[in-house]
Design a protein around this ligand. Structure first.
Ligand SMILES: [Zn+2]
Ligand SMILES: [Zn+2]
Length: 282
């Protein structure tokens, strides 16, 4: 039996957002060229779903609307094919096929900071493709907290130069201002010179407990502190020591804001795991 005649047609589609595509097709196959991204891909997907045809991007892999198409029509396609079920053939599916995004860069693991276990979560280390001001290497991360040094570099230091003490030695720098309490000198050195610091409204200091430096967990407001009643008690005792009347203490504890002062700074003891905090006093 001879093949049925093929009636090729060609037309331009336009979507609400102004995107266009040139479509060529017959009863079995649609090919689109010079497609915009955006809403036009939804139109193409809808057309393919309704007609049960195969969608073949001009230069990319085929998007097939059914497994049977895959069997019957794969020959002649230049590249691999993706057969989503018809209901899954959406503009987004075509977008992924035709306009693939580059893989997000994989960044190396951070050094371990015992006194600041997650400096990305606290905002003190951020992903960056810029080279480190100290070692000159692109490490994928830069430290964004304070640097206390006479000649602090204007641009970022990588967290590896913080962890190894390279930046502290080179610039005679510290990354925190004060360690509060009585702990061995090597703990003070580790916190001030080999640990990412954090930005505070007032001069930041590091809390200690059980003879060791505490782990900094991040800035916190009244809402975040509800999960840490031990830290709120700790704050309340500090306010009492300032001889504030109880009403003023509670008002102050209810006014703390993670993003705008006064802010609390949350720590956890590395020995007994008690949560501790101090706050900017306005
Ligand atoms: Zn570096
Ligand atoms: Zn403790």
């Amino acid at each position: 039996m001879s093949r049925p005649p093929i009636f090729l047609e060609s037309w331009k589609l336009e979507a609400e957002d102004g995107g266009t595509v040139d479509v060529h097709g017959d009863a079995h196959r649609l090919t689109f060229h010079r497609s915009s991204s955006g809403r036009i891909l939804d139109r193409i997907a809808e057309l393919a779903r309704r007609t049960g045809t195969v969608v073949v991007p001009g230069d990319g892999p085929a998007v097939l609307t059914a497994e049977t198409h895959r069997k019957h029509r794969l020959a002649g396609f230049r590249t691999g094919a993706i057969p989503p079920p018809p209901r899954a053939l959406t503009g987004q599916a075509i977008q992924v096929t035709v306009f693939p995004q580059p893989e997000p860069r994989r960044r190396p693991p951070l050094p371990r900071f015992p006194y600041h276990p997650n400096p990305v979560a606290t905002g003190s280390v951020t992903p960056s493709d810029e080279p480190c001001a100290c070692c000159g290497q692109e490490r994928g991360w830069l430290y964004t907290g304070p640097v206390y040094a006479a000649d602090a570099p204007a641009t970022g230091i990588c967290p590896y130069c913080v962890a190894l003490g390279t930046a502290a030695d080179r610039y005679d720098a510290c990354f925190a201002d004060t360690v509060e309490g009585d702990v061995p000198q090597e703990v003070v050195t580790a916190i001030l010179r080999r640990t990412p610091g954090f930005t505070a409204w007032q001069s930041p200091y590091w809390l200690t407990h059980c003879g060791d430096g505490a782990a900094f967990l991040g800035p916190a407001g009244t809402k975040e502190l509800t999960a840490y009643p031990d830290a709120v008690d700790h704050l309340r005792r500090q306010c009492a020591a300032w001889k504030w009347p109880p009403g003023q203490v509670e008002e102050f504890l209810g006014s703390l804001d993670k993003d705008g002062g006064p802010t609390a700074y949350l720590f956890r003891c590395r020995v007994c795991e008690t949560h501790l905090a101090y706050a900017d006093f306005t």
